[in-house]
Design a protein around this ligand. Structure first.
Ligand SMILES: Nc1ncnc2c1ncn2[C@@H]1O[C@H](COP(=O)(O)OP(=O)(O)OP(=O)(O)O)[C@@H](O)[C@H]1O
Length: 596
């Protein structure tokens, strides 16, 4: 079946030219103060499938990331064709899905292609070619979330093949697949390798090893227990099957050391490394004899005439421009919202429900000069401010955390954070404008707000929009910072409570103790509430109110509503900018560019 995908011109469609030789020499990696990889030396050749195997927690993913150049080694060296790893020339398939589940497969691939495929080949052509090559053409219109596990794995590989990478790294591509689907996927990777790509993968499954050309088996302490031909591995450990190797390595632990088995030492790999590493300071050269033994033992892979670095990023040619990225990402965000019915229902439904509740909660005429309700007017303005905050926060809260693995993958190559966040604002702000306009229009239409000039209502709308924008930025920041969707949901009440308590509506700011007074400065809701009160001259209304409650309220709130709305606008805009900057910083840390 796999052969069919790569037969004839389809094989040509996936030809990647020379694969990259990936070489590691004495690599060590320390994570969180603990050394999780030590003394790893290996070579992954073009045209071969190389596996990183080992028990859980032995460092397979860490080694894969290090070989890919995503994380630099703490000691030792990783070379791609003798040069520094350049992540833009490679494909990397993480364990998590890197396609949006709500989109049809072809659409998802088209956005990925628009971001990554260089000028010259149209994204649509690249998608058609890749879908055909991976046997997914018939699934093109199907939502990614409804694909089978095996199809989703292939779809993840399809994303990476769009740019015809010279080397493909895959983190546990067969996990979660039944043996037949796993075998099919491995055959696909073998075919890819034969078409010229270097394929490096991690695996838990002994059955996968038989389909690989090389294996590096890691001991629990991150040392290589075996590096070499998978067919010789059982003999090396004196066991009957590949599955038994796991138990042998686990029981012997660090005492199993590739370096202690003369006939299966690392020399072949180090010998292959020698030409690339000979000029590297601090890396000892291998025994020349070992290199020649290696050459005899294995046909020499086609070597580039000269040591060369991976070519410049193909992807950069097309979509590296921030404006272009923004336009692609905005279209993708819009389609995601419209395709995901639950999200669409939440975005449109929550303002409708909240506006309806406000309309039912407040009595009309709170601002009526003849029979005013001073406290009712304050409450109406507070809840309007809070409505704007709530809309923005809920819109932003789930935006990033649900697609973090995709962002992380796209950041490795092309994605810029600025256009990514700008696209979110471009799609969500217009919906927020509609929600805020609806809120003011309905409350005015139902006489919960007073008659006033267009300029006053314009000012109310600006205040509300800035409050929503700042809350949207806070929601995006939270979404970028949490590690899972559940945490984002838990953050909703945590973020809302202080905005209610310290806004000055229930306990006026002048009546708060010093700590509460200080905290209130950090609440966007306080500034929105006070700007709305200033717009509608709440102080003046209370001072000349026919209600006996007016003067005491004025005494409690003091000068809260006496400053210009411009002050509130400046603070809200500043908060929005601050939250956006913090979101950029969090994303840059959590989704680093390769090698950082
Ligand atoms: N960010 C981190 N902070 C602290 N420890 C980490 C971090 N990332 C990985 N580790 C530790 O490094 C070790 C190797 O992790 P890694 O994910 O590479 O293992 P693995 O072999 O891929 O595991 P599995 O097969 O279970 O996915 C583990 O003990 C893990 O706890």
């Amino acid at each position: 079946m796999t052969r069919r995908w790569f037969g004839g011109s389809r094989r040509g469609a996936l030809m990647t030219g020379h694969g990259i030789r990936v070489a590691a020499c004495d690599v060590e990696r320390t994570v969180g103060g603990r050394t999780v990889l030590r003394g790893v030396s290996l070579v992954a050749e073009a045209g071969e499938v190389s596996a990183i195997a080992g028990g859980s927690g032995s460092g397979k993913t860490t080694l894969l990331d290090t070989l890919a150049g995503i994380r630099p080694p703490s000691a030792g060296e990783v070379r791609h064709d003798g040069g520094r790893p350049d992540a833009r020339g490679l494909g990397y398939v993480p364990q998590d899905d890197i396609l949006h589940r709500a989109l049809p497969l072809a659409h998802s691939l088209r956005y990925a292609a628009a971001l990554r495929v260089p000028a010259g080949e149209g994204p649509a052509d690249a998608v058609d070619r890749t879908l055909a090559a991976l046997g997914l053409t018939e699934r093109a219109g199907q939502r990614v979330g409804t694909l089978s596990g095996g199809e989703r794995k292939r779809a993840g590989i399809a994303v990476e093949l769009l740019t015809r990478p010279r080397v493909l790294f895959l983190d546990e591509p067969t996990s979660g697949l039944d043996p037949a689907a796993a075998a099919e996927l491995m055959a696909l990777l073998q075919a890819l390798a034969r078409a010229g790509t270097t394929v490096v993968l991690t695996t838990h499954a002994p059955a996968d090893l038989a389909r690989c050309d090389r294996v590096a088996f890691l001991a629990p302490d991150g040392r290589p227990a075996y590096v070499g031909d998978p067919r010789a591995m059982c003999a090396h450990f004196g066991v009957a099957t590949d599955a038994d190797v796991y138990a042998a390595v686990a029981s012997r632990g660090a005492s199993v050391d590739a370096g202690r088995e003369p006939e299966l030492q690392l020399e072949p790999e180090l010998g292959a490394l020698e030409p690339e590493l000979e000029q590297s300071a601090g890396v000892g050269g291998p025994d020349p004899a070992a290199g020649s033994r290696a050459a005899e033992a294995r046909p020499a892979p086609a070597k580039p005439a000269a040591v060369r670095r991976p070519g410049p990023a193909r992807a950069a040619g097309r979509a590296d421009h921030p404006l272009r990225q923004w336009s692609i990402l905005a279209r993708r965000d819009l389609e995601l919202i419209t395709r995901d019915r639950l999200t669409a229902a939440m975005l449109i439904g929550s303002p409708l429900v909240i506006v309806a509740m406000f309309a039912m909660l407040f009595r009309p005429g709170a601002f009526d000069p003849l029979a005013p309700s001073p406290s009712g007017a304050a409450m109406i303005l507070f809840w309007i401010a809070f409505g704007g905050f709530f809309f923005g926060l809920t819109y932003g809260l789930l935006q990033i955390c649900v697609e973090l693995p995709i962002v992380r993958r796209e950041r490795l190559t092309v994605l810029r954070i600025g256009p990514y966040l700008a696209a979110k604002f471009t799609v969500l702000l217009p919906i927020l404008v509609l929600a805020d306009v609806l809120l003011l229009a309905v409350l005015r239409g139902m006489n919960r707000l007073p008659a006033a000039s267009w300029s006053v209502y314009g000012s109310l709308l600006v205040t509300l929009l800035l409050a929503s924008a700042a809350a949207l930025a806070l929601g995006l920041l939270t979404s970028a910072a949490v590690t899972e969707v559940g945490q984002a949901t838990l953050m909703l009440p945590l973020l809302c409570f202080p905005q209610v308590l310290f806004s000055g509506a229930f306990v006026p700011v002048p009546r708060m103790p010093a700590i509460g007074h200080t905290l209130s400065y950090a609440m966007t809701n306080r500034w929105a509430f006070e700007a709305l009160g200033s717009d509608l001259d709440l102080s003046g209304r209370w001072a000349h109110s026919r209600s006996p409650l007016g003067p005491p309220l004025l005494a409690s709130y003091g000068d809260s509503f006496d400053h210009s709305p411009l002050l509130g606008w400046a603070v809200l805009a500043g908060c929005a900018a601050l939250f956006v900057a913090a979101t950029c910083a969090v994303l840059a840390r959590r989704c680093p560019r390769a090698g950082r």
